[in-house]
Write a protein that binds this ligand. Structure first.
Ligand SMILES: Nc1nc2c(ncn2[C@@H]2O[C@H](COP(=O)(O)OP(=O)(O)OP(=O)(O)O)[C@@H](O)[C@H]2O)c(=O)[nH]1
Length: 634
């Protein structure tokens, strides 16, 4: 009896979780939602040009938050975003605004500015009809300004050019308007001027959003269809999705199905994000809403949610393809943490659809994963989020870019089905005699720099195997330079070097330029004659001698002296390119104790033996595990 009562209680408690947390909003009454009064828009800009600050002002004006200092960057919710002061995730806020006595529903999508999160921007604009194109009136056009402008153009979005930070004494709106005219042919009289910090010009900007951006063109009377633009994991409610309703309408409790599988689900959660959740009963085409079908309901970015009865035949609007720029191995710090880390990666990958995850293993680090990222900041943020949001500590191996090969007689090599293969792990590279052609990923790098640094920037890019493209003047002080560069030369430290060469004045952004034929080889590292798999790299032939010397010298510094002599060799195709030797040495951790306390002596020996467990052993040579991670960094 007691057990039955307990079970009923548990059932009641678990059902409580699924009840909406707040009362339904007035938007339940769909007569209030007139598609012609919906505006879906995004704010796009270069890093730090003020997107999140402007979003705060919009939230204040529409009454979502009260004015005040504590409301800084309300849409930057993640701990990593607040700590680093950057936006990582695109966030949505549905705002009510009354204009000319008519009520409008403004769906604002705050997007990240950094190139590593451009995938978020690409996804967000799919639900938008227009963008606020924000440019800092003090800094002027920067490299990413060029990238987001071309993204908006490519997606046929209405662009509202807006100068921000006009309150700054050094702001020069007239000059930046001239830059906009010269690079993008934007007429100066269409450009708005605001101060997101002070709130100046923001009401006029909202009016421009209403008057210049069209309402979504959707079919209200067709069957329900919504495309998923973001997903995240909720502990109690399962996968939650951000959906843009492209046709029809949907109600809580209705039967729905995913385009990708035909199983029937019940729509359990439907809410407006303001940005807090506001449960609604019904949503119609044109709206951007949160949907969820419960813990087993599924959902992923790029899929579509359909009315269960709807006839098939509508093509899935596929999610834009993600091209991973760097790959790294992720391993648990201890194999007993494998399940916990696996769970954390799965949940985080759901919220960060830009990563790709495949299973990997290493003799030194055990079972793990090979993860593809959009860049190094993306990789850094991903591991920080693993720790902060999922309490999962991970070891990360040195990042590398993906290469492509064309194999000779593809049947001879089992793992490659076709003639061409993408190599994300240098160890997968087959023997050179089986390879007909190597390809390396290239990018078009855009650099906006003051004219006095043109020489330094050119030297840097040519040194990194770059080919210059024609440059164009932004104004009489700034120029836009473009280079075709190998991604491997850009991905690690290019941005930092550029910043230090130009006293921080140049900005850099890159776009994929596909794979180019290249002269590459596999370089191995041998320790006392044995291969160390983790240290295998793919190197351009022009960099061979330099990389070999650098790698062996660094390893000599990082590997502690041992009881036996250690020979470190960098080898290509059996030929030794560089060699270093570490002389034999016996480390007596108790040497300084001169007899003394026996427990202290035991403690030191115990610490030493624990340290040894964290070592990878190759031919009796103990190598600290972080060596595999740090040595390949520049
Ligand atoms: N003086 C002044 N400062 C501003 C204004 N708008 C933003 N800022 C400041 O500029 C800095 C960057 O603003 P954010 O809103 O974080 O910029 P963001 O574009 O969202 O940055 P990311 O998310 O990293 O791309 C912050 O220190 C803001 O306080 C403005 O109108 N005037």
């Amino acid at each position: 009896m007691v057990r039955i009562i307990k079970e009923i209680k548990n059932l009641y408690i678990s059902n409580l979780r699924y009840l909406p947390r707040r009362s339904y909003s007035s938007h339940n009454d769909t007569k209030l939602i007139d598609v012609s009064k919906i505006r879906n828009f995004s704010i796009v800009a270069h890093v730090d040009h003020g997107k999140s600050t402007l979003a705060d002002r919009l939230l204040e004006i529409t009454g979502v938050i009260k004015p005040g200092n504590e409301n800084k960057q309300v849409l930057d919710k993640l701990q990593v975003e607040r700590e680093r002061g950057i936006t990582v995730k695109a966030v949505t806020a549905s705002l009510n605004y009354t204009y000319n006595n008519e009520q409008y529903l403004l769906n604002l999508i705050d997007t990240p500015g950094h190139v590593d999160f451009s995938n978020e921007v690409v996804r967000s604009v799919r639900a938008c009809q227009g963008v606020i194109f924000l440019v800092d009136a003090n800094e002027g056009i920067q490299a990413q300004t060029v990238a987001v402008h071309s993204l908006a153009k490519r997606n046929n979005l209405v662009i509202i050019p807006t100068l921000n930070k006009v309150d700054l004494p050094r702001a020069n709106p007239e000059n930046v308007k001239a830059q906009l005219k010269s690079l993008f042919h934007i007429e100066p009289d269409t450009v708005l001027s605001i101060s997101a910090k002070k709130g100046w010009g923001v009401p006029e900007l909202i009016e421009a959003v209403i008057s210049r951006i069209p309402a979504p063109t959707v079919e209200v009377n067709k069957p329900f269809r919504a495309s998923i633009i973001d997903t995240w994991h909720d502990k109690f409610r399962g996968i939650m999705c951000l959906a843009y309703i492209e046709s029809g309408s949907v109600e809580v409790g209705e039967n729905v199905r995913w385009r990708s599988d035909s199983k029937q689900h019940v729509l359990k959660y439907l809410a407006l994000l303001r940005p807090h959740e506001e449960p609604i009963k019904k949503a119609v085409a044109g709206q951007v809403v949160m949907v969820g079908c419960g813990p087993k309901g599924g959902g992923c970015v790029g899929d579509e949610l359909l009315s269960f009865e709807s006839a098939d035949g509508i093509k899935v609007a596929s999610a834009p393809a993600v091209k991973h720029m760097v790959y790294a191995g992720i391993f648990p710090s201890d194999q007993s943490q494998h399940t916990q880390l696996s769970d954390a990666i799965r949940k985080l990958a759901l919220n960060d659809s830009a990563v790709s995850v495949t299973v990997d293993s290493s003799p030194a680090l055990g079972q793990g994963w090979r993860v593809g990222f959009l860049g190094l900041l993306h990789l850094d943020v991903f591991t920080q989020r693993l720790l902060q949001e999922h309490k999962a500590e991970a070891i990360l191996t040195a990042p590398s870019v993906p290469y492509k090969i064309k194999v000779k007689g593809s049947k001879a090599i089992k793992q490659f089905k076709g003639e061409e293969a993408i190599i994300t792990n240098p160890l997968q590279l087959p023997d050179s005699q089986n390879i007909e052609e190597y390809y390396e990923p290239f990018v078009i790098g855009t650099i906006i720099t003051p004219v006095e640094y043109i020489g330094a920037v050119t030297t840097l890019c040519v040194d990194r195997r770059g080919t210059p493209l024609p440059s164009s003047a932004v104004d009489d002080k700034m120029t836009m330079m473009q280079f075709i560069l190998p991604l491997s030369e850009v991905v690690i430290d290019f941005h930092d070097t550029l910043k230090s060469l130009t006293s921080g004045f140049a900005s850099f952004d890159y776009q994929d330029h596909g794979f180019h034929p290249s002269s590459l080889v596999r370089m191995d590292v041998l320790i006392n004659g044995l291969l160390v798999e983790e240290l295998t790299t793919i190197v351009h032939t022009s960099r061979l001698e330099y990389n070999a010397r650098k790698l062996t010298t660094k390893l000599k510094e990082m590997i502690p002296r041992q009881m036996v002599q250690v020979a470190i060799q960098a080898v290509v195709g059996g030929k030794v390119l560089s060699r270093e030797t570490i002389k034999a040495y016996r480390k007596d951790v108790t040497a300084k104790l001169y007899g003394g306390d026996v427990t202290r002596r035991k403690k030191l020996l115990k610490q030493q033996s624990e340290g040894k467990k964290k070592m990878r052993s190759i031919a009796n040579i103990k190598i600290p595990r972080n060596t595999f991670i740090d040595v390949l960094k520049r």
